[in-house]
Design a protein around this ligand. Structure first.
Ligand code: NAD
Length: 251
């Protein structure tokens, strides 16, 4: 990643923070967007203290004009865009309130539109790579995840469409489909939905993956790094499960 400029969304926590860290450790000039000002400043401070080249841009990926402005403030070209920011929601169709449906769409789907729209003019000259964060929910029927599955299915569809349209600019577009990865996203979900039973539910979730544990954010970062690198020069339009066997090795 030396001499490359990388933009990561949702970089202040979990998978996004692991990606920000790894890309910076590989010598990249990393910008990350997050709407959590405090967490973003803390992450940027800690990484900069380690001598890494990391800059935090506060913002909400669901806002089109704001993202255009934020991304155009990044100097020079962008080589890699990682559309990682995402939120979750638990509920079947009837238990999904309209405002939850709309918010999931605004962040998880429109966020990718907004940030790609901002970054593409800075990528089309030289070419590069875009990674969209999908989920195992993109392609399988996860119970009680109606709105989340809707958005993650759309992430894969957007990946295919973008890969097709920007191949002529030498921009490769792929998505990653993580299974359960231990991040604040999972801890928040357990605290909200299973108060007092977090440990029991954590172990149950871990056991649903054939490998017998949850993934680590660094394992997703390694895949994002590979897909963004020249080593992956023949890969575009793919959706890569990284899920301890959850989807393909049915339990
Ligand atoms: P996380 O909650 O730990 O981190 C998400 C980050 O995105 C946070 O820093 C948050 O502030 C930021 N963010 C949320 N909405 C934003 C917005 N509108 N604008 C800017 N920033 C925003 O989550 P995570 O587990 O690291 O998940 C990251 C991505 O991976 C998400 O797209 C999620 O759907 C996907 N994913 C996670 C898992 C998992 O098990 N953790 C599994 C599959 C897919």
């Amino acid at each position: 990643m030396k001499n490359k400029t990388i933009l990561i969304t949702g970089g202040a926590s979990g998978i996004g923070l692991a990606i920000t860290t790894r890309f910076a450790e590989e010598g990249g000039n990393v910008y990350f967007i997050d709407y959590d000002q405090k967490a973003g400043e803390k992450a940027a401070y800690e990484l900069t203290e380690k001598g890494l080249n990391v800059s935090f841009l506060q913002g909400d990926v669901s806002q089109t004009a704001e993202m255009q402005q934020t991304i155009s403030s990044i100097p020079g070209d962008i080589d890699v865009l990682v559309n990682n920011a995402g939120i979750s929601h638990v509920g079947n169709l009837e238990n999904t309130a309209e405002e939850d449906f709309d918010r999931l769409y605004q962040v998880n789907v429109k966020g990718i539109y907004n940030c790609s729209l901002g970054a593409l003019p800075k990528m089309k000259q030289k070419g590069g790579a875009i990674i969209n964060m999908a989920s195992v929910a993109s392609t399988m029927g996860l119970p009680d995840r109606f709105a989340y599955s809707m958005t993650k299915g759309a992430v894969f569809a957007m990946t295919l469409s973008m890969a097709r349209d920007y191949v002529e600019y030498n921009i490769r577009v792929n998505s990653i489909a993580p299974g359960r990865v231990h991040t604040p996203f999972v801890d928040g979900f357990l605290a909200k939905n299973y108060p007092g039973k977090e440990k029991e539910m954590f172990d149950k979730l871990a056991a649903t993956q054939p490998i017998g544990r949850m993934g680590k954010p660094a394992e997703i970062a390694a895949m994002a790094l590979y897909l963004s690198s020249d080593e992956a020069s023949f890969l575009t339009g793919g959706n890569y499960p990284i899920d301890g066997g959850f989807v393909n090795l049915k339990m």
